[in-house]
Design a protein around this ligand. Structure first.
Ligand code: IMP
Ligand code: ZN
Length: 352
């Protein structure tokens, strides 16, 4: 008798061992966690001028677009998470959130940030986060393994990008697996970063780039330049002509696709069923569904898989295959790839 595949529900997508490859640390901090940090600060410093995060970033509000999204960090969250204690506390909370959502492998990315008032250098910031990741990975009870990618912001100078790459190289053996290009897609001239990314690549770091996220960052010149850096993965890949799609397929570059972020931020026209995941899933490249900024868009990875199932008609087996498909594009090497192939070959949660 043929077995009937059970429908996909949120319980299933939570149980599914998932790989998260595109998550910005500060954008992944939940509102509750930001509120906890604010409360602790307010107790120590009653004159604190920052508004309660539950007012500044109202619960349930997810319609942040390019105009309102980036200032959220520069004018609010970075001002709140501005000391080692809050950076440590929020990093731990982010790891716990991903793990309790059934993520078994996480590549978290962050832009090294100095806080001169607190005497914190960019290297201190990165060391602090790596120590939390290492503590997490060292606990046997933790199912999830976490690694770090360091981001260059499009508004950085060439010298600042060089510093990010220097730090990434220095901490490669401590858990930094790659570098990223992120930031407001309507700002900056990415050509100034060519040398920094080429140096990263030559030292064995992997490269992922926010690619064709908005019309302004999707000119032929920009996309050609970015592809010439030989990226290992690309994030978003929204405004991409066939000519560039062919290159991505020929070079088997992994794509990191973020459904909710793209819909809520109106980076795509239409809604979930219009998302370009519908095209890339039929390509030959590794495809990873990712959250981007779960703290802002409030859709955990399990929910992103659920949305993919609902809007593209995927069943349980197809979702598991999709998770497995991302393995080939992880940055941390063959040991982890082997471990995950085993995780999936032994996994028996499909029919529960
Ligand atoms: P952080 O790097 O850990 O501080 O995470 C927040 C930062 O990630 C923001 O300030 C942005 O520069 C970047 N970021 C988050 N989401 C996006 C995105 O969708 N596109 C480009 N940059 C992003
Ligand atoms: Zn991103």
């Amino acid at each position: 008798m043929a077995t009937i595949s059970r429908a996909v529900d949120l319980e299933f997508t939570r149980r599914l061992p998932k790989i998260e490859l595109h998550a910005h640390l500060t954008g992944s901090i939940s509102r509750d966690c930001l509120h906890d940090i604010w409360e602790q600060k307010k107790a120590l410093e009653p004159d604190l001028e920052l508004e309660d995060p539950l007012i500044a970033i109202p619960p349930g509000k997810v319609d942040y677009d390019i105009e309102t999204f980036f200032p959220l960090f520069s004018s609010y969250i970075y001002r709140l998470c501005s000391d080692l204690a809050s950076i440590e506390y929020s990093t731990k909370a982010v790891l716990d959130d991903f793990q309790s959502d059934g993520v078994v492998y996480l590549e978290l990315r962050t832009t090294p940030r100095a806080v001169p008032k607190q005497n914190i250098s960019k290297a201190d910031y990165v060391r602090t986060i790596l120590a939390i990741l290492s503590e997490h990975n060292g606990k046997e009870a933790n199912q999830m393994r976490a690694y770090l990618i360091l981001s260059v912001d499009r508004r950085n100078t060439a010298a600042e990008a060089d510093e990010v790459v220097d730090i990434a190289i220095k901490y490669q053996s401590a858990g930094v697996v790659g570098v990223d290009l992120c930031g407001n897609p309507e700002r900056g001239d990415i050509r100034i970063f060519t040398e920094a990314f080429s140096r990263a690549k030559s030292t064995g770091l992997k490269v992922t780039l926010h690619f064709a996220e908005a019309p302004a960052s999707s000119t032929d010149e920009e996309l050609q330049a970015l592809l010439s850096w030989q990226p290992d993965r690309l994030g978003h890949v929204i405004h991409v002509k066939d000519e560039f799609k062919d290159v991505i397929e020929k070079q088997n570059i992994g794509v990191e696709l973020c459904l909710s972020c793209n819909v809520h931020a109106k980076l795509i026209t239409g809604s979930y069923s219009d998302h370009h995941f519908g095209q890339w899933r039929h390509s030959s490249v590794p495809v990873a569904l990712c959250t981007d900024d779960v703290g802002v868009f409030c859709s955990p990875l399990s929910h992103e898989y659920y949305l993919a199932a609902t809007h593209f008609g995927l069943g349980r087996e197809e979702l598991q295959n999709l998770c497995e498909r991302a393995i080939d594009s992880i940055f941390s090497g063959s040991e982890e790839k082997k471990r995950f192939k085993q995780v999936y070959s032994k996994w028996d949660g499909r029919n529960m």
